[in-house]
Design a protein. Structure first.
Length: 238
């Protein structure tokens, strides 16, 4: 695996809806994930971005997404390790791009958006040294964004990527009309959600176990799987 990260004050600022990213930090990782070549560039408003990677909990949702800490992030990922053009939703699997915008506050994700079309161009890609390029994409929110990105070398992200790969976060869920369950395991930690209801017209009663603490809560009548993250009252994230 190869990793490069650093502060990058020359990346372009951008605004999506009411959320503005004024870049103060930059990072990129280039290597192989699940037998595929991948390069990811992380731009954020965190000045000490590498320090965030060193201390990040590999089981947390933010770290699994490579965006530990609080703030605003732009993540650019391509299926390659060379300069040139990469396309959002492109047909060539070796030249695809993903662009994700994320705002994290209070330990939770407050806003996300992703590109649905557009182009990412790597003008310089030197593993272990530096990366630079530009993007022009349309986001799912309807906002077009374009700008430049740059980052330099640091080893913190490389170590974090290896930790994330080693913990093997695993989540599974079951759902029936009157019962459901979900469990997520990471290292020696397990979070659970167990819910049931009398019939399809009644509310759901749930028992949640997170970090060893058990709580109970209810969810109004719904046909959704209330045990899965974001649909019910139990938080199974780490």
């Amino acid at each position: 695996m190869l990793c490069v990260t650093a502060c990058s004050e020359s990346s372009s600022p951008l605004t999506i809806k009411d959320h503005t990213l004024n870049p103060r930090g930059g990072a990129f990782w280039s290597g192989t994930l699940q037998s595929a070549q991948v390069t990811s560039v992380m731009i954020s408003d965190q000045q000490e971005q590498c320090d965030q990677y060193e201390d990040a909990d590999p089981c947390s949702e933010a770290t699994q997404n490579w965006t530990p800490g609080e703030g605003t992030f732009l993540k650019i990922t391509v299926t390659g390790q060379s300069t040139g053009d990469y396309f959002v939703e492109g047909k060539d699997l070796t030249r695809q791009a993903k662009v994700e915008f994320r705002v994290q506050q209070g330990g939770a994700t407050q806003f996300t958006d992703r590109a649905t079309s557009g182009l990412v161009t790597f003008e310089k890609l030197e593993p272990g040294a530096r990366v630079s390029g530009r993007y022009s994409v349309q986001m799912a929110s309807g906002t077009p964004i374009e700008g430049e990105f740059r980052a330099d070398a640091c080893t913190g992200l490389d170590r974090m990527v290896k930790r994330v790969a080693s913990v093997q976060l695993d989540c599974a869920t079951t759902f029936e009309p009157t019962t459901c369950s979900a469990h997520c395991t990471c290292l020696n930690r397990t979070n659970l959600a167990d819910c049931s209801r009398t019939n399809s017209a009644s509310e759901w009663d749930c028992t949640c176990t997170q970090n060893g603490n058990r709580t109970k809560c209810t969810v109004p009548k719904t046909e959704a799987n209330v045990c899965t993250q974001g649909n019910g009252c139990c938080d199974t994230s780490f």
